[in-house]
Design a protein around this ligand. Sequence first.
Ligand code: FE2
Ligand code: FE2
Length: 231
Amino acid sequence: MITKNTKIEDIVKMDDRMMDFFNENKIDYCCNGYMTVAEVAKSKNKDEDTLKNSIEKQLDILRQDKKTDSKISIDDFKKLSVEEIIESITNEHHETERAMLFEIDKILNKILKVHFKNHGEELLKLHKMFGELKTELEEHFVKEEMITFPLMIENKNPSPEVIKKIEELESDHEKAGDIIKKMISLTDSFTVPQDGCKTYEKTFKELDTLTKDIFVHIFKENSILFLKFKK
Ligand SMILES: [Fe+2]
Ligand SMILES: [Fe+2]
């Protein structure tokens, strides 16, 4: 049952297909997953009951549609140990996102040049934001893999030192999340302009896939891995 005090991250844990619903409604379930339905409604100047009802309605629809093609399966993921979660995140998200960042970097640079005349203003901003995101994430992944994740595996009981490292990661997540939100708003959720070519389409499609994957990734770290470790 959902109340106005239910946290957004807990709704995703009930049914991970709610991630799509939250993405469509621009509700941040990863960096701000700790916010309650009422808090989100307030931040968006929306009515609490309307938001609560629309979430319940969507959960009902999903409940009736038991068939799930979601490969995320947060339900199984929650049950893994800290070591297993770390391994899964590294293999599933870090490696995939590194490859996507590398690929998008090339094609974004290509459309920047080809479509500069008609879309230069937007593409220059997007190119800069993407560059910041790429640097942020590549450095963040390596910090997790080389410093914080090994510390978490070695120290079963959370020491103040490890907690501090985790807080640094959470603040990196917020930075990355903010850049992504700006990219989404700049491009109207990666909508390709009418005169956009195939490469334009591919770039925006890949950006959409990448950013959604990052949201899932951050959710798994903030709302499952870090919470589990701190317990
Ligand atoms: Fe990560
Ligand atoms: Fe992270």
